[in-house]
Ligand binder design. Structure first.
Ligand SMILES: NC(=O)c1ccc[n+]([C@@H]2O[C@H](COP(=O)([O-])OP(=O)(O)OC[C@H]3O[C@@H](n4cnc5c(N)ncnc54)[C@H](OP(=O)(O)O)[C@@H]3O)[C@@H](O)[C@H]2O)c1
Length: 316
């Protein structure tokens, strides 16, 4: 079983299953069944991943066979950018719940701080306060146990903390050995937010995704799986590079949600508690942090999104 961390009043497993780009039905079903057998209890999805209905189907099978109860799981989904409007939060969460065949999610996240029209490519002026009040309403009315944000920067989280009646319980953001964001992580921990690392392996499959959506592949992507410093530490502990990269984040009190549809990887990505990186290992990995310019998921596959006032990252 994965260890847990407090997320609001809930116990959130510190290792979860990412599911972005997992939408082939047979592949995802096999992966989910394998992951649940291994012991994963935290599943990360989003309306934008177009796989909530597949996840819902598998979960129902586990509930109806009596192998799992709803309260054994920690399910996270996200408000898509078309839903970032004070009048649309409930509609999008209800749609996610219907697909997931659930009465509630454990954590509902605003996926990105920039909102977009439902009917055109236009961006909309974001109203974070109005949206947050409607996120709080989802907790009041039982559709979400806790709420949080994703891809928000320090200023944006700070603003929410000032007007929130229910504080954000979690920030989900890109974090891996090459983009460690220590200032953002410290700010969240000091303010009681769990930090969840997405792309915790630096998403080795990212160029495959860019190719699929017709965007030029990137030559500047970093690679956790072949990095010599990580390889040396992995050899020392008789672990894989992926395990070392994930374990580093866990030791920083960061939750990890590696995505895989490969059974052997699902297993090894979950086997993170039987070894410990020592101070020297941690220091060597801290030195791998190159910062902002290795960001993988900068969202600029949405044209001109970086021109929007609430674009959260450095404008390149
Ligand atoms: N909030 C957001 O905006 C946001 C953005 C991105 C991601 N996320 C969430 O975070 C999750 C994880 O991030 P991610 O999918 O971008 O990247 P990731 O988990 O860092 O990497 C996933 C890729 O690594 C491969 N992989 C997994 N384990 C491996 C291992 N042990 N050895 C070698 N390769 C391995 C997977 O391949 P196979 O599947 O073929 O095994 C897949 O191509 C997502 O799935 C999603 O749930 C959230």
């Amino acid at each position: 079983m994965a260890k847990t961390v407090k997320c609001g009043d809930l116990n959130m497993p510190t290792v979860g299953l990412g599911t972005w780009e997992a939408k082939d039905e047979a592949e995802l079903e096999t992966a989910l069944n394998t992951a649940l057998e291994i012991g994963y209890r935290h599943i990360d999805t989003a309306a934008a991943y177009e796989n909530e209905h597949l996840i819902g189907k598998v979960l129902q099978e586990w509930f109806s066979s009596g192998k799992l109860n709803r309260e054994d799981l920690f399910i996270v989904t996200k408000l898509p950018i078309q839903g970032i409007h004070r009048d649309r939060v409930q509609k999008y969460l209800e749609s996610s719940l219907e697909k997931l065949q659930l009465d509630y999610v454990d954590l509902y996240l605003i996926h990105f701080p920039v909102g977009k029209s439902e009917t055109s490519a236009e961006y909309e002026s974001e109203d974070h306060e109005g949206v947050w009040k409607n996120m709080e309403k989802q907790v009041d009315e039982g559709r979400a146990k806790t709420i949080g944000v994703s891809n928000f920067n320090i200023d944006q989280i700070d603003r929410i903390l000032k007007f929130a009646r229910i504080k954000p319980a979690c920030l989900q953001v890109e974090l891996h050995v090459f983009l460690q964001q220590p200032e953002l992580v410290d700010f969240c921990h000091q303010n009681g937010l769990v930090v969840t690392a997405y792309s915790p392996l630096g998403n080795p499959g990212y160029n495959k995704f860019l190719k699929k959506v017709g965007v030029e592949e990137r030559q500047d992507l970093v690679n956790v799986l072949t990095d010599p410093v990580i390889s040396e530490i992995a050899q020392k502990h008789n672990k894989s590079n992926a395990q070392v990269a994930l374990r580093f984040l866990l030791q920083k009190n960061i939750v990890v949600i590696p995505k895989s549809v490969t059974p052997s990887r699902l297993k090894s990505n979950f086997d993170l508690y039987d070894f410990e990186l020592d101070d020297e290992d941690m220091k060597k990995i801290e030195e791998l942090n190159v910062g902002e310019h290795v960001r993988i998921c900068d969202w600029r596959i949405f044209p001109n999104i970086d021109q929007q006032p609430e674009y959260p990252f450095a404008r390149k």
